[in-house]
Design a protein around this ligand. Structure first.
Ligand code: HEC
Ligand SMILES: [Cu+2]
Length: 351
């Protein structure tokens, strides 16, 4: 959406974070100005008042003032603490994704953003989200460091090779907002951007239904797990099971050989697939082969999503979310059926 302010110094405010970040920023500007102006005025005033009237005059000595020292220590202390608190509160909010967020996977790659929705839709350099819903992005990259940045939402986060980083936001206004890579990542870094489309829930549902594109991450993960990568040959239940139990482990504590305990979060699952020998589960032999180099980041996301789906209580908070999409993705192999299912796109479509 176009910036309509008369001096376009700031991007639009389009998320719940935006006013907070701006308020903090204006407060910093206010504090800087409120100190700079009196200091500059005092420099001029004193240079006039105390200018040398006679050469080699001996000025009066000053022996210090307890009151003055105390005042000019305490006031700046209080001010800097307000700045610290403001920053800390916003930081913790932004970097603590809520549990009930809708999850979307993002993979950075020189020089594009690949996005996958839980319902299977994929997009490149575009991100469609519904307005007024909490959205959590789980992000990683196939090559170098990138940084996912949406100025209108006042949020950005590094996207780091070999691990997951997270970002969350809640868009407040339908519209089209710039999306950037904010970390220099090579020749076409400046072209690594796109658009975030914030839509009314109804329009978003229509968009989802018009874009059914194959497997959901969980389905893709299941396929990899059972057929393509042969994980099931060790991990399927039954008498011959050689691999650790995966059902219900997400977000629980796992005991490792050596007595250590780790939490089975996304990072741990990811690492268990890439470097199984580095964290061996207690009671098992380190026989699991590494899958490093054999799976792409997107496949890894799918495997992790699938393993998470084996722990229904702990994962998949989006299941209860108000969207018709999961029902529609059930008949993915019938695109025609999907086209006719939903009502006509709303007149105020924001695309
Ligand atoms: C050769 C048998 C074998 C294969 C094939 C195998 N695993 Fe494993 N896996 C194991 C064993 C044994 C463990 C427990 C010891 C360890 O942590 O390395 C394990 C542990 C794990 C863990 C950690 C489980 C926990 O309870 O903390 C995950 C996650 C996992 N495997 C996923 C996979 C995935 C995904 C694949 C396929 C890409 C796969 N495994 C293929 C044998 C296997
Ligand atoms: Cu980049």
């Amino acid at each position: 959406m176009q910036n309509t302010s008369w001096i376009p110094l700031f991007p639009e405010q389009a998320s719940t974070f935006a006013w907070q970040v701006d308020a903090l920023y204006f407060y910093l500007i206010f504090v800087s100005v409120a100190f700079s102006i009196p200091i500059i005025a005092a420099i001029f005033f004193f240079s006039m008042k105390y200018r040398a009237k006679e050469k080699y005059a001996t000025p009066d000595e000053i022996h210090g003032s307890m009151v003055l020292e105390t005042v000019w220590s305490i006031i700046p202390f209080v001010i800097s603490m307000t700045i610290f608190l403001g920053g800390a509160i916003i930081y913790f909010q932004q970097y603590t994704p809520p549990d009930d967020a809708m999850e979307i996977y993002v993979v950075g790659k020189q020089w594009m953003w690949k996005v996958q929705h839980e319902t299977g839709q994929r997009e490149i350099n575009e991100l469609h989200v519904p307005v007024g819903r909490k959205i959590k992005l789980t992000m990683t990259t196939e090559d170098v460091l990138h940084d996912f940045s949406i100025p209108a939402f006042r949020t950005k986060a590094d996207v780091v090779p070999g691990r997951y980083t997270y970002m969350w936001f809640e868009a407040t206004k339908p519209g089209k907002y710039h999306l950037y890579c904010a970390e220099y990542c090579g020749l076409n870094h400046s072209g690594m951007g796109g658009w975030v489309y914030v839509m009314e829930q109804r329009d978003f549902d229509n968009w989802l239904s018009g874009n059914v594109s194959g497997q959901t991450p969980v389905e893709a993960g299941k396929d990899l797990f059972q057929n393509k990568l042969g994980c099931a040959s060790c991990h399927a239940g039954g008498a011959g099971q050689r691999g650790a139990k995966l059902e219900g482990i997400f977000n629980t504590d796992v005991k490792l050989v050596g007595g250590q305990t780790v939490k089975a979060d996304d990072q741990y699952l990811r690492n268990s697939i890439l470097n199984p020998a580095s964290q061996v589960v207690e009671g098992y032999q380190p026989i699991m082969p590494t899958f490093k180099g054999q799976v792409t980041e997107e496949q890894l996301n799918s495997l992790v999503a699938y393993i998470k789906s084996l722990s229904p209580g702990a994962a998949a908070p989006a299941a209860g979310a108000p969207t018709t999409a999961p029902a529609m993705s059930a008949n993915t192999n019938s695109a025609a059926a999907n086209k006719t299912a939903p009502t006509k796109p709303a007149a105020n479509s924001n695309k």
